[in-house]
Design a protein around this ligand. Structure first.
Ligand SMILES: Cc1cc2nc3c(=O)[nH]c(=O)nc-3n(C[C@H](O)[C@H](O)[C@H](O)COP(=O)(O)OP(=O)(O)OC[C@H]3O[C@@H](n4cnc5c(N)ncnc54)[C@H](O)[C@@H]3O)c2cc1C
Length: 239
């Protein structure tokens, strides 16, 4: 992956590129290709979403078959499994720990994250601070909504908004919390008289117009949903 973003934020591009296959090898699988997904693949190619790029994890224009976190037994694999590659002697995992804020050292030119304050399941507050090891770091990964929320609670965000909420400003940054957008999706249901093999998204059409075409099929539906065998094609607009 060659990306200006990676060099701009000062990450090690080699390490970033090595990390993808490392993660993929452990939790991503090649899907068992279902008949509906095969039909979708052929239809996409027929309608000009080409070339066909085969099975690949790469994000390339055309039609492809992507990886899945379900293995051939239908078991789902998650990022939690990556912990198994760590050294248990050196690893402490806390569950039911809700981070309240990131602690910053503000004595240098730029604020530096040096720890977190978190509550346990009984609401008791604790601190986890970095050790002296130069490689120690705080990694913020609380999701699309949780990560900007945590930055704001910790004093990084638009100054006026933070001051309004009596949050001490660590860094004035107008962009925090402002980049959330919807990825609108249109779904097309294809009813069938016969049961349709169940499949999650396997085939993907990636167009140059920023629209992804994906498909799933054969789900058991809730009462509020459609009541017949079907496949679903969806077009999702990605910005
Ligand atoms: C309905 C839906 C469908 C999606 N479908 C796809 C798809 O098909 N393919 C795809 O690639 N992506 C899909 N995505 C996007 C994908 O789920 C996210 O991009 C991905 O999960 C982001 O991973 P993350 O680790 O950054 O955050 P998350 O998976 O959101 O994990 C954040 C974690 O932080 C925890 N957390 C939050 N706040 C705190 C706190 N204060 N203290 C402690 N923990 C906290 C949360 O409980 C959560 O466990 C979908 C998302 C949604 C909502």
């Amino acid at each position: 992956m060659k990306c200006r973003f990676i060099s701009k934020v000062g990450w090690d591009a080699k390490l970033v590129n090595e990390s993808y296959p490392w993660v993929e090898k452990q939790i991503v699988h090649r899907p068992k290709f279902s008949p509906f997904q095969r039909a979708v693949r052929d239809s996409l190619i027929d309608t000009g979403v080409s070339p066909f790029n085969g099975f690949t994890y790469d994000h390339i224009y055309g039609t492809k078959v992507g990886g899945t976190i379900f293995d051939r037994f239908g078991r789902r694999h998650t990022a939690a499994e990556l912990l198994a590659s760590g050294n248990p002697e050196k690893l402490t995992v806390l569950v039911h720990a809700t981070v309240q804020k990131i602690v910053f050292d503000t004595t240098g030119k730029n604020p530096k994250a040096v720890g977190v304050i978190f509550n346990d399941e009984n609401g008791k507050q604790h601190e986890a601070m970095l050790g002296n090891d130069k490689q120690s770091e705080v990694i913020l990964s609380s999701g699309a909504i949780g990560s900007p929320q945590m930055l704001l609670l910790s004093g990084i965000g638009p100054k006026a908004e933070l001051e309004n909420l009596n949050i001490s400003v660590v860094l004035d940054n107008h962009f925090v919390g402002k980049g959330m957008i919807d990825n609108p999706m249109n779904a097309l249901y294809v009813p069938s008289n016969r049961p349709v093999h169940q499949s999650l998204i396997q085939t993907v059409g990636i167009t140059k117009k920023g629209i992804y075409i994906e498909a799933s099929s054969g789900f058991s539906q809730s009462n509020s949903s459609i009541h017949c065998h079907h496949g679903i094609m969806s077009a999702e607009v990605m910005k």
